[in-house]
Design a protein around this ligand. Structure first.
Ligand code: NAD
Length: 489
């Protein structure tokens, strides 16, 4: 069985730790590889090489730095099919979902190619006689990202293209559940011929994360994952003097008004809840039907859920794939069970145990529950599985009050043909991403991205202008030059 290696200083190296974890294909149960559990020595080796490379890299003009990104874009596009297949094998999602993820990764490289313009400073002439003042942006040093399992390709690309284009060097730590996909991406990216040490890959779990948070050489940490780990990473990283952005979990609500277009709304809402088997941080979990939308939309939504084909992500007919692990399946099933015991109605029960033909995989079919009491975890906590929690509200205002009472603030969506209802919703709802007749409000890479409340710890979000601010520090120069000082030759 293949044990994955780290990529440090331009070479593939074995982990200093002999402990490994199995990497499973959640769609079949097959063990794909072993990943090092990680160690402090691995992190220190990578950070040393990244620090050493940063000195030359920051002096490389931004215009030259982005030439490497242009090559990366071409490499990713040329190998999109292979990368997407690996992504499906490791994460369980469908092939078309994996392909879409590669596109979003490429989009971030494209935006980061604009760094020479985005990194430009500000200038004021004659702030007093002979004195000019300007602001320049300089890289922070070494950045690191700690990624979750659910987007094995895309998420590191929210950060590292911007970081390196700004003159930082970088360490990527993929999720130990899906480490092979990023390993293969790094193998392919070698063809971009970045200077050694600019981009490094270190595997592992908690020990690797703790080493990154403790390492003096790491200046900036970008985390994406569950809320309790995000909070931990933010607290420890900032306590150690690092700049940290930590994107956490979510419990997203989606409101359907009675005037919403029936067909598009039903299709988009079902895609939001069940796409990636509900394992998207922007997926709708709670669907709030306002007024008469209860009668008109409930049967349609249940039909859409029932009609979705669930099977192995590489099977051409798959509309929904597996959840990430047996443990995850059991956790989701226990939440459905608990909701039922506390009085919820399980309208459509996706707990099938085993999927015929893929008995080793971890599948739950689309599930619909309603009237889940707040005492049940499924009402208030992230489920991260293919479960639609139907709720009912008399008015839009009631729906907004209910949404705003939750802990999370990643995304909220409304479906309506009323501009006034949409406007009220977008102004009043407490969420970092709002969808209007959109079920997964993922902004294009030229907009910043993250949530509010317990879905985010930090200030600057990922992507685009926020990424440039996050990966640079400003230096203000106040300069005096009198024209009387010009020598006459
Ligand atoms: P996770 O928090 O379990 O793991 C994320 C990363 O943290 C991994 O690299 C893992 O190795 C590391 N980690 C796990 N436990 C740790 C610990 N105790 N100490 C230090 N490091 C630890 O998350 P996951 O299950 O991989 O991903 C799913 C979660 O990610 C969901 O909550 C989802 O909402 C969230 N997510 C959020 C966004 C967003 O943009 N807000 C995007 C994608 C996923």
């Amino acid at each position: 069985m293949n044990t994955l290696r780290n990529y440090v200083g331009g070479a593939w190296v074995e982990s200093a730790s002999s402990a490994t974890l199995d990497v499973e294909n959640p769609g079949t149960g097959e063990i794909l590889a072993r990943v090092p559990a990680g160690s402090r020595a691995d992190v220190e080796r990578a950070v040393e090489r990244a620090s050493a490379a940063q000195r030359g890299w920051k002096d490389t003009p931004a215009e030259q730095r982005i030439q490497y990104l242009f090559r990366m874009k071409t490499i990713l596009e040329e190998h999109a099919g292979e990368i997407a297949t690996l992504c499906t094998q490791e994460s369980g999602k469908t092939l078309s979902e994996s392909k879409a993820e590669v596109v979003r990764a490429v989009e971030n490289i494209e935006v980061a190619c604009g760094i020479p313009t985005m990194m430009q400073g500000e200038f004021s002439e004659d702030v007093s006689p002979g004195v000019d003042t300007f602001v320049i942006r300089q890289p922070l040093g070494v950045g690191a990202c700690i990624a979750p399992f659910n987007f094995p390709v895309m998420i590191p690309f929210w950060f590292f293209p911007y970081a390196i284009a700004c003159g930082n060097t970088y360490v990527v730590k993929p999720s130990e559940k899906v480490p092979g996909t990023m390993t293969r991406v790094f193998e392919l990216l070698q063809e971009a011929k970045l200077p050694e040490g600019v981009l490094n890959l270190v595997h592992g779990g908690k020990e690797t994360v703790d080493a990154l948070l403790a390492s003096e050489g790491v200046n900036a940490v970008s985390f994406v994952g569950s809320t309790h780990v995000a909070r931990y990473v933010y607290a420890n990283g900032t306590a150690n003097g690092k700049r940290v952005q930590a994107q956490g979990g979510a419990k997203n609500s989606l409101v359907i008004m009675p005037d919403a277009d029936p067909e598009t709304t039903t299709r988009i809402v079902a895609d939001s809840v069940y796409g990636c088997a509900g394992q998207r941080c922007l997926a709708a979990s709670t669907v709030v039907l306002v007024g008469t939308a209860r009668e008109s939309f409930k049967p349609r939504l249940v039909d859409a859920a029932q009609g979705r084909t669930t099977c192995y992500g590489l099977d051409g007919k798959a509309q929904m794939g597996a959840v990430i692990s047996r443990q995850s399946r059991m956790r989701i099933e226990a939440m459905i069970d608990d909701a039922g015991k506390k009085g919820a109605t399980v309208v459509l029960d996706g707990r099938i145990g085993a999927l015929p033909g893929y008995e080793g995989g971890h599948y739950i079919l689309p599930t619909v529950v309603e009237n889940v009491p707040d005492s049940a975890d499924a009402a208030v906590s992230e489920i991260f599985g293919p479960v639609m929690n139907l709720k009912y509200a008399a008015t839009l205002e009631d729906a907004i009050v209910d949404i705003n009472s939750g802990r999370y603030g990643n995304a909220a969506c409304i479906f309506t043909t009323s501009g006034a209802a949409a406007r009220t919703f977008r102004r009043d709802v407490l969420a970092g991403n709002v969808g209007i007749n959109i079920g997964v409000p993922a902004p294009m890479a030229f907009f910043p991205f993250s949530g509010w409340k317990e879905s985010f710890f930090g200030d600057l979000h990922g992507q685009a202008s926020h990424a440039v601010e996050f990966f640079t520090q400003t230096k203000v120069v106040v300069e005096r030059w009198h024209n009387t000082w010009i020598r006459k030759f």
